[in-house]
Design a protein around this ligand. Structure first.
Ligand code: SAM
Ligand code: SF4
Length: 331
C-alpha cells in the first residue's frame, strides 16, 4: 500500500505545486513590483534538490505535480527536470503553468519529456494592454507559443486570466471568443492580495468571479458543471454545446479550503501548507543537511502535515497580511 499524506482535518494531500524559480521575464502588475528583488541563486533549490523533493512526495502518495514559478521556462535545465520528474513511478500527472513567452522554443522538448498539461497565462488580446499588464511581455510571442504548444499534442492546454476592473474587464468576451475559436479551456482567477504592490489598489480593481460570469452569460449562457479538480476551480460549460470549459478560481467569494488537497514548495525550498497563510517549514535546510537522502525529507513532510491550517483568510480591506509575492509562492 502506498503511504498517504493526511492532515489534521482528514484531508488527503496528493497534489504539489513546485515553484522552480522566483525569476520571470515579465513583471505582471498584480504579481510583482516593477523593481522586484529576487533571491540570491544560492538560496534557490537546485534541480537535483527539486527532483529529490518531488520523489519524496510521490513516495508519500502524491500523484499530481505542477511546476510553476516565477516563470518555469526561464529556469535553465527545466526540460531535463521535466524528463526526470515525469519518470517517477506513481506520478499520474505532471503539469506546468507558464506565461507562454518561451513555448515556441521549449514546448516540443516539454512534451517529449513527459509533461501532460499546460496552463498558459493570457490577460489581454490587445498588444498595448498586454504590454501594460505584463510590463515587458509581447503578445504576439505568447500567441505564437500557444499555437505551437497546441500542435505538440499535450493532453490539455488551458488559459489562465486575471481580470482587473477598469483594466481588462472589457476583454472578457474577447478572451471567451478566443478560447472558443482555439478549442481551449479557460480559468478566470480572482486577484489575490499576495505581496505589497503600488501599481494599483487591489480593492478597486477586484472583480469577482460572479461578475465575470454574468458578463459571459449575457452573450454565451453557461451551465454549471459538477466537475472539480479537488481544487479551487469551479467549472461551467457553454449552453450552446461548445466543448470549451470555463473555470472560475474564487479565493474570495468561494471558500474551497474544506476540499484542499494541495501544498506548495517555494523556489527557496519552503513547504507552504496553505496559499493564504504563512504556515510553512524549511525543506531546503533538510535537503542540504542530508544531501541526496530521501528519508529525512519524507519525515519532514509527514510531520509538516499537522501544520496545514483549516482555511485561508484573504481580506482586501485590511493591510496586506501575506507578504510573499505570487512569483515566489508558485501560483
Ligand atoms: N509565470 C507563470 C504564469 O504567469 O503563468 C507561472 C507563475 S504565475 C505566479 C501563476 C499564475 O498566478 C498566473 O496565472 C498568474 O496570472 C497568477 N497570479 C499571479 N499573481 C496573482 C495574484 N496576485 N492574484 C491572482 N493570481 C495571480
Ligand atoms: Fe511572471 Fe507569471 Fe508573475 Fe506574470 S504572473 S510576473 S508571468 S510569474
Amino acid at each position: 500500500m502506498t503511504e498517504q499524506l493526511i492532515d489534521k482535518f482528514n484531508r488527503v494531500v496528493d497534489y504539489v505545486r513546485i515553484s522552480v524559480t522566483d525569476r520571470c521575464d515579465f513583471r505582471c502588475v498584480y504579481c510583482m513590483a516593477e523593481d522586484m528583488v529576487f533571491a540570491p541563486r544560492s538560496e534557490i533549490l537546485t534541480l537535483e534538490e527539486i527532483q529529490l523533493i518531488a520523489q519524496a512526495f510521490v513516495e508519500l502518495g502524491v500523484s499530481k505535480i505542477r511546476l510553476t514559478g516565477g516563470e518555469p521556462l526561464v529556469r535553465k535545465g527545466i526540460t531535463q527536470l521535466v524528463a526526470g520528474v515525469s519518470q517517477l513511478p506513481g506520478l499520474n500527472e505532471l503539469n506546468m503553468t507558464t506565461n507562454g513567452s518561451q513555448l515556441t522554443q521549449q514546448a516540443a522538448a516539454l512534451k517529449q519529456g513527459g509533461l501532460n498539461r499546460l496552463n498558459i497565462s493570457l490577460d489581454s488580446l490587445q498588444p498595448e494592454k498586454f504590454k501594460q499588464l505584463t510590463r515587458t511581455g509581447e503578445l504576439q510571442t505568447v500567441l505564437d507559443g500557444i499555437l505551437y504548444a497546441q500542435a505538440q499534442g499535450f493532453d490539455d492546454i488551458k488559459i489562465n486570466s486575471v481580470i482587473l476592473k477598469g483594466r481588462n474587464d472589457d476583454e472578457i468576451l474577447d478572451l471567451i471568443e478566443f478560447i472558443r475559436a482555439q478549442q481551449l479551456g479557460i480559468s478566470f482567477i480572482e486577484e489575490m492580495p499576495l505581496g505589497e504592490i503600488e501599481e494599483h489598489d487591489r480593492a478597486l480593481t477586484f472583480m469577482s468571479s460572479a461578475e465575470i460570469r454574468e458578463i459571459i452569460a449575457q452573450k454565451y449562457p453557461l451551465v454549471a458543471s459538477e466537475e472539480t479538480s479537488g481544487g479551487p476551480s469551479r467549472y461551467w460549460h457553454f449552453a450552446d454545446g461548445h466543448n470549451s470549459r470555463v473555470g472560475f478560481i474564487s479565493p474570495h467569494s468561494h471558500n474551497f479550503c474544506g476540499e484542499c488537497n494541495r501544498v506548495r514548495i517555494t523556489a527557496q525550498g519552503r513547504l507552504l501548507l496553505c496559499l493564504g497563510n504563512e504556515h510553512s517549514i524549511d525543506l531546503k535546510t533538510v535537503v542540504r543537511h542530508y544531501p541526496g537522502e530521501l528519508e529525512p525529507v519524507k519525515q519532514a513532510i509527514r510531520e509538516a502535515m499537522d501544520l496545514k491550517p483549516e482555511r485561508h483568510h484573504f481580506d482586501l480591506g485590511s493591510e496586506v497580511q501575506i507578504l510573499r509575492f505570487m512569483n515566489s509562492t508558485g501560483g
